[in-house]
Ligand binder design. Structure first.
Ligand SMILES: [Fe+2]
Length: 410
């Protein structure tokens, strides 16, 4: 798959981020290998030449051992940066460092670098899963998990009155981040979550839990993949040309559905949330269900009242599991599966990308993608929040993506 990257590339690229955006500002820093500036640049045209994404898998050199040396080199330099840099105007070798404002900005970029690495930790798991799925042995990445029994809680509808609501994060870009150094620090947020602004919502209802594998099977048994009236035109064409007849990683063996997981192949858990469906499939499933996908604003309006608890990657289960019995509030809004929304990935009113090279982080991808919310079982714990916006093209299936239904309210 041309959109997947080798694990070695993820390891080097997340290190490259710190080297390029923090250490390269320091006159004392010596690059591990200057050629890496191009080799492990993902998409920052303002930094220089990039290696085409489909070619990342061709990097037989540097070796993994050299990439690990590169990481150790940058880790050591970052440790020195923390130890001396923030407190002193001068640094090793007696060279003047950048000025205090620059250093405050760098401190903020370190936080961004950590959030960036967390994003790649999830991408790495999704890419590893795809790679292992290509092996006929279907190897496991983590030990097998004990099977779960029981059924999913009955789907209920959570009613919301709507009205004029506030959406988005209150942070105001990296100038606010830089100012926060040493002062009252606002919670970190990506630029695409800002600014906070008003949105009008009509009354709506949100499903109490994500759709399950059992519900998806019913969609399939009702010829859901073969009925064009359920699909967006481009989605139906994509499903036809790609041969989609079930979610990615579903495998039928001797008349029974199984699912390839990071613990290997196992029988499909009918009560667990459906996972690895594209936005096109989620949209068709919602129409078949006499419902629709929530807008990202409906989703956030409900989620911001909930605590960010869920099954994230720190559990090492790395697969969505059945919803707990809930009270009145929706469950599994965070963790387990990313939830497709009907919202195009677009800038919020008065959106301003971060300054400089980092303007390329999010804004330039606001085209032909949909927003997903809530994080997944492969997302590092602490990475997401109610305002967090993930985004993928409608045909992407290799992320841990599922669907939560919505419908118009009375
Ligand atoms: Fe990256």
């Amino acid at each position: 798959m041309t959109t997947a990257s080798p694990a070695k590339w993820h390891l080097a690229h997340t290190t490259w981020f710190f080297e390029t955006f923090v250490l390269a500002r320091e006159r004392w820093y010596r690059a591990f290998r200057p050629e890496f500036r191009e080799l492990f640049n993902s998409y920052y045209m303002s930094v220089g030449v990039t290696l085409a994404r489909p070619h990342r898998g061709l990097l037989t050199r540097p070796s993994l051992a050299e990439v690990m040396e590169y990481r150790a080199h940058v880790d050591l330099a970052m440790a020195a940066w923390f130890e001396h840099g923030a407190a002193q105007g001068r640094f090793v070798d007696g060279l003047d460092t950048v000025d205090a404002d620059e250093r405050a900005l760098s401190a903020w970029i370190v936080e961004l670098g950590l959030a960036h690495e967390e994003q790649h930790q999830e991408l790495l798991l999704a890419d590893v899963k795809h790679l292992l799925s290509q092996n006929p042995l279907l190897p496991a990445y983590v030990p097998a998990q004990p099977a779960a029994f029981g059924s999913a809680p009955k789907l209920r509808w959570h009613a919301c009155a709507g009205g004029l609501v506030e959406i988005g994060h209150a942070a105001t870009g990296h100038s606010a981040g830089a100012r926060s150094n040493g002062h009252a620090a606002p919670e970190f947020a990506f630029d695409n979550e800002t600014p906070r602004h008003r949105v009008h919502l009509e009354p709506f209802e949100l499903a109490s839990r994500p759709a399950t594998n059992a519900e998806w099977l019913a969609f399939m048994e009702d010829r859901g993949y073969a009925r064009p009236e359920l699909w967006l035109s481009e989605g139906f064409e994509t499903a036809r040309t790609q041969g989609w007849a079930a979610p990615l990683y579903w495998i039928e063996r001797e008349g029974r559905w199984h699912e390839f997981t990071l613990s290997g192949l196992r029988p499909l858990d009918l009560a667990a949330p459906v996972c690895h469906v594209s936005g096109f499939e989620a949209d068709a499933f919602a129409r078949w269900s006499d419902a629709r996908l929530p807008t990202e604003f409906e989703w956030e309006h409900v989620a911001e009242k909930l605590s960010v608890r869920g099954r994230f990657s720190d559990t090492q289960r790395l697969h969505p599991e059945r919803a707990p019995a809930g009270d009145d509030a929706p469950v599994q809004m965070f963790g387990d599966v990313w939830e497709w929304t009907s919202s195009d990935y677009a800038p919020y009113p008065r959106f301003e990308p971060w300054a400089g090279n980092l303007a390329e982080y999010n804004g330039k991808f606001m085209c032909n993608q949909r927003v997903l919310r809530g994080g997944s079982c492969a997302t590092p714990s602490g990475h997401v929040r109610a305002t967090y916006r993930n985004f993928f093209p409608l045909d992407a299936r290799w992320q841990f993506s599922g669907v939560r239904l919505a419908r118009d309210g009375a």
